[in-house]
Write a protein that binds this ligand. Sequence first.
Ligand code: FPP
Length: 251
Amino acid sequence: MAIFKFKKKEEAASLEKIPKHIGIVMDGNGRWAKKRLQPRVMGHKAGMDALQKVTVKASDLGVKVLTVYAFSTENWSRPDDEVNFIMNLPVEFFDTYVPELHANNVRIQVIGDTSKLPVATFDAMQRAVEKTQHNSGLILNFALNYGGRADIAGAVKAISQKVSENKLTLDDINEDLISRHLMTNSLPFLYRDPDLIIRTSGELRLSNFLIWQAAYSEFYFPSVLWPDFDEEQLVLAIAEFNRRKRRFGGL
Ligand code: FPP
């Protein structure tokens, strides 16, 4: 466990509860690049560096799952050059970033409609998933071509199919059954739903990210742009999480 320098004693106590599953909407890459008079895609490159640092730190802190919104079902509408650049990131990610993550016992998983990804992107993610599949540490879960509504629609379809084949009855349909048909069912049972969702860059939206799973998540919206989100920012987010009183609808 890393040692942190805190200004006050109370702040040290504020990391007592570590969120088991953190979801991150890595927003602000384009603006970060624009501020530096660089092409937007350089922001995505810098965003990948930030992700690497944050993953290693989260792993040190004892976070179990980090789900990151890398590409949404709506992001295809961006200019072709930008889509191509983002789709090429997993290829670079595999060669440059995965070895360090692997050494840190990080396991890589993916949610989303991966069948629509370019072959090279799919292959690179698949190689990362396979290489790290026996790791027992933090799960870095990429939401790639992911949309929360598509996730729910897929679950409804799968459940309806089972009902029509008499494998399930209408009475079997409940919240747990639906959760078990969502893409996050690939995660360990206890960590399927995020405890904390962080969206950087000051935007106050979920943008179709884990909308079912976020029912009881705490939200944290720092104004920092994603490439500037670092280890210290993660600690601040977790400290804020510790100040929240989670009641799950109770008192
Ligand atoms: C949102 O910022 C960011 C994205 C759409 C892409 C994020 C992807 C990464 C950080 C890399 C992921 C890594 C792999 C291996 C896939 P924006 O472009 O919307 O920023 P803006 O709001 O400032 O324009």
